[in-house]
Design a protein around this ligand. Structure first.
Ligand SMILES: Nc1ncnc2c1ncn2[C@@H]1O[C@H](COP(=O)(O)OP(=O)(O)OP(=O)(O)O)[C@@H](O)[C@H]1O
Length: 346
């Protein structure tokens, strides 16, 4: 496995813990390892942002938490229960507690059902009485700003993208989840609508006592919502930590390059240095050693041979890099670790 270690996991009080997750897809061209040993945890009430370029395995990671696809291995613990081991029946119950919101809101809604019926779907599946279904659907739609009959009685295709995403959010909330997994929830929406939906999720999070995993390729979106950030590259975790630390002092050359490729207007944080060049290698044939080694501006020989392990570079900030940067300088700890011979990951 070419994962990046588990040093950044914060312990048993986490609501969700994912350890050594591997997701593989069998294709005509061979086996794609979309997720190559990813670990993370989310504390109750926290928002974890998962960020990285398209194809790095963000969606596969989110879908694996809900056991939506075959081909995933690893330990997933939610509320103390091993999601990867429970029966299909129990999994259906757990999915009520872990609701997912997708990128394409219209496609994620049943095209033949009216909005109020869609929002009640989870309650119907849970066997709640008809009156409760109607009441909860109505109050939840009201809460997401769609209480009016001109929204509740229509079909999804009659809604705008933003309205449809509000319906998807209402459907998720109606069953009283503890965790909301948002997979690129605003990237298909107009920029003017994006902020409204982000604000709505933020408000609901507090009101409904939610823990959130927020997946996006857009760094500014992740920054605006996250307490903690996980940066992924080609199926592995590069960096994990407090969002402010990661954004203000990116330690992994990939995080730095990713931030450099976003135009900045902040003179305090220009992050001078090379932006990302070249393409992401194919997950069918990933580079050996550090997966970022083929594009890394700081690459050294050891990086091509040894997978770096996750280690703490500042309090609460971890990077899987042989030569991480701390305040723009190579971390001191990189040198002794390197000399001592970095452990190969299993
Ligand atoms: N069902 C599938 N069958 C085959 N390969 C897949 C499948 N789903 C994803 N992949 C591949 O797995 C890798 C990771 O995809 P994934 O969608 O998880 O990444 P992502 O970071 O969410 O990207 P995006 O933002 O484009 O969805 C990619 O190389 C993708 O082509």
């Amino acid at each position: 496995m070419s994962g990046s270690g588990n040093a950044h996991l914060r312990g048993e009080n986490a609501l969700l813990t994912v350890e050594d997750l591997v997701v593989e897809y069998t294709t005509a061209a061979g086996t794609v390892q979309a997720v190559a040993g990813v670990s993370f945890d989310v504390m109750p009430g926290e928002t974890l942002g998962i960020v990285g370029e398209s194809g790095c395995g963000k969606s596969s990671t989110g879908r694996a938490v809900l056991r939506l696809d075959h081909g995933a291995t690893g330990r997933i613990t939610f509320g103390g229960e091993r999601v990867d081991q429970v029966s299909e029946k129990r999994m259906r119950e757990l999915r009520r507690d872990m609701q997912m919101i997708f990128q394409d809101p219209v496609a994620s809604l049943n095209p033949r059902r009216s909005v109020k019926h869609i929002v009640a779907e989870g309650l119907v599946a849970a066997g709640r009485p008809a009156r409760e279904q109607a009441e909860v659907a109505a109050s939840t739609l009201e809460r997401v700003g769609l209480g009016d009959e001109r929204f509740t009685d229509v079909l999804p295709r009659q809604l705008s993208g933003g309205q449809a995403q509000r319906v998807a959010i209402a459907r998720a909330l109606a069953v009283g989840p503890r965790l909301l997994l948002c997979d690129e929830p605003v990237s298909a929406l107009d920029v003017s609508v994006q902020a409204q939906i982000l604000n709505l999720i933020e408000d609901l999070k507090a009101e409904y006592d939610l823990t959130v995993v927020f997946i996006a390729h857009d760094l500014s979106v992740v920054r605006s919502v996250s307490d903690v950030v996980m940066v992924m590259y080609l199926g592995t975790v590069c960096e994990f930590g407090d969002a402010l630390e990661v954004y203000d002092h990116p330690a992994h050359p990939y995080t730095r390059a990713l931030l450099n490729s976003v135009p900045t207007t902040d003179p305090e944080n220009p992050f001078e240095g090379p932006a990302l060049e070249g393409d992401v290698p194919s997950p069918l044939d990933p580079p050996s050693g550090c997966r970022f080694s083929t594009r890394c501006p700081r690459v050294q020989e050891v990086c091509r041979g040894e997978s770096p392990l996750m280690r703490e570079v500042r309090p609460g900030q971890y990077a899987a890099c042989h030569f991480p940067l701390v305040d723009g300088e190579p971390a001191e700890s990189a040198v002794p670790d390197h000399r001592a011979g970095i452990r190969k990951s299993e």
